[in-house]
Design a protein around this ligand. Structure first.
Ligand code: BGC
Length: 389
C-alpha cells in the first residue's frame, strides 16, 4: 500500500497544482483575449491565484495539536504554490462538519479533502459533495458506509499500533508485567486499525504470560483470541476508550489506578493511542506512588510529546510525517482535477465500496532517535525544545 513521493515530485506536483488552480480560477471568468490584452499590465500580475476556490479542506478539531500540524503543512505547501485554500474545522461536531462541507460546495470547490470527525456520520456530507459533482478525498480517517468517496490518503495505521505494542514488548523482561490498555474514539475507524495492529503484537505476549492486562475485563475475556473481529474490538474499545479526549483519558487512567491494587502496579506498561492521551495518562501514572516506573506509547510527534520524550515523561511516539500526507493529498487532488484516477497502491473497504488508497509509512521515535528523526529531518527545529543533547 505504500508509495512515497520524492521531494522533487512534490515540487512538480505543486507546480501542476498551481497551474490547475489557476486554470480553475480563470475558467469561470474567462474573458475574450482582447479584453485581457486591454487590461493594465500590473492588474494582470496581481491576479490572485486560485481566485475561484477549487479545493476545500475540512479537519476534525483545532483542539488537538495533531490537526494544527496538518493545517500548518497544508498552508505551507499551498502558500509555496501561491494559493490560499480554505481550511475549516469541525470542532468535534458532525453537524458543523456537514455545514462546513456545504459552505465549501457553495463556493464551487471541485475537490473536497476531508478528515471525518465521525467516519459513519460523514457519509452524508460525502454524498452531498458527490451529488454536487465534487470529488471526495478521505484524509487520514476513512469515511464509512458510502461509495461517495473517490480516494483515501492515509498512514499505515495498523503499523502505528503494531509499533506501539512492539515498543512495549521490547522493553519488557520476565513475566507478569502489568499492562494497561487505552484506545481512541470508536467513531474513528483508525482507532480500530491502531488497536488491531497493537493486539497482533501484544496478544502472543499476553498469552505467554509476559503481560497481564489490568484494566479491561473485556480484553481479558478475549486474551486467547489472536485476531479479533470488529465486534470484539468494539467491546474492548468501549471499555478503554479515551474518545481522543485528554480529560477522558486522564479520568479513565485515574479510575483504573484507583480500582487496582499496589500489586497491579510497580513497573507498568501502557498502550496509549496517541500523544495527547499519552500525556494525560502519563501524568496520572506519574503521581501514583505505587507506580515505580512506566513505559507509555503515543503517536503524532506532537511538540508537547517530543518535549515529554526528551524529559523522560513519555517513552515513545510514532512519527507520522504530515508533510507526506499533505503532498499525497495534493497529488490526488491534482489527478482528480484532471479527471484522472490518483495512483493507488491498494484499497480500503469502507463497508460500502473498495476505496482506492495510498498509505505512508510511520517511524518509531524515542529519546535515542528524536534528534535524527525529528530535528535533522527538518520537521522541527532544535530551538523548539529544551534539553536536547
Ligand atoms: C489520527 C491520529 C490522531 C487521532 C486523534 C486519528 O484518526 O490518525 O493521528 O491522534 O485521530 O485525533
Amino acid at each position: 500500500m505504500f508509495k512515497k513521493i520524492s521531494s522533487y515530485s512534490v515540487l512538480a506536483v505543486l507546480v501542476i497544482f498551481a497551474m490547475l488552480l489557476s486554470a480553475c480560477g480563470t475558467a469561470a471568468t474567462e474573458e475574450p483575449a482582447a479584453a485581457e490584452e486591454a487590461a493594465p499590465a500590473e492588474s494582470m500580475e496581481e491576479e490572485p491565484a486560485g481566485e475561484a476556490l477549487a479545493v476545500g479542506i475540512v479537519l476534525p478539531t483545532k483542539d488537538e495539536p495533531r490537526w494544527i500540524q496538518d493545517e500548518t503543512r497544508f498552508t505551507d505547501a499551498l502558500n509555496a504554490a501561491g494559493y490560499n485554500v480554505e481550511i475549516l474545522f469541525s470542532q468535534g461536531d458532525s453537524a458543523k462538519e456537514k455545514a462546513n462541507v456545504e459552505s465549501l460546495i457553495s463556493k464551487d470547490i471541485k475537490v473536497l479533502i476531508i478528515c471525518p470527525q465521525d467516519g459513519a456520520a460523514a457519509a452524508a456530507a460525502a454524498e452531498e459533495a458527490r451529488a454536487a459533482g465534487v470529488k471526495v478525498i478521505s484524509y487520514d480517517r476513512l469515511i464509512l458506509g458510502t461509495d461517495a468517496v473517490d480516494y483515501y490518503v492515509t498512514f499505515d495505521s495498523n503499523a502505528v499500533g503494531a509499533q506501539q505494542a512492539q515498543y512495549l514488548v521490547d522493553h519488557a523482561t520476565g513475566s507478569g508485567n502489568p499492562l494497561y490498555l487505552y484506545a481512541g474514539a470508536a467513531s474513528d475507524n483508525n482507532a480500530f486499525l491502531f488497536f488491531e495492529g497493537a493486539w497482533s503484537v501484544l496478544q502472543p505476549k499476553i498469552a505467554d504470560g509476559t503481560f497481564v492486562i489490568k484494566n479491561s475485563s473485556e480484553a481479558v475475556a478475549l486474551q486467547d483470541t489472536a485476531a479479533l473481529s470488529r465486534d470484539e474490538m468494539s467491546k474492548i474499545i468501549g471499555q478503554v476508550t479515551t474518545n481522543w479526549d485528554f480529560n477522558t483519558a486522564k479520568n479513565l487512567a485515574e479510575a483504573n489506578l484507583t480500582a487496582t491494587t499496589a500489586a497491579d502496579k510497580g513497573d507498568v506498561f501502557i498502550l496509549a493511542p496517541n500523544d495527547g492521551t499519552a500525556r494525560a495518562i502519563a501524568d496520572a501514572f506519574a503521581v501514583d506512588t505505587d507506580v515505580t516506573s512506566y513505559y507509555v506509547t503515543g503517536q503524532d510527534a506532537e511538540k508537547a510529546s517530543v518535549q515529554y520524550i526528551i524529559d523522560g515523561k513519555q517513552s515513545m511516539t510514532v512519527f507520522k510525517d504530515v508533510r507526506t500526507l499533505v503532498s499525497d493529498a495534493i497529488s490526488a487532488a491534482v489527478a482528480l482535477l484532471q479527471d484522472t484516477a490518483p495512483e493507488s497502491k491498494g484499497s480500503y473497504n469502507n463497508g460500502a465500496a473498495d476505496i482506492p488508497a495510498i498509505q505512508s509509512a510511520v517511524v518509531t521515535v524515542d529519546k535515542d532517535n528524536v534528534q535524527s528523526a525529528l530535528i535533522d529531518s527538518g520537521y522541527y527545529s532544535a530551538s523548539e525544545f529544551t534539553g536536547l543533547e
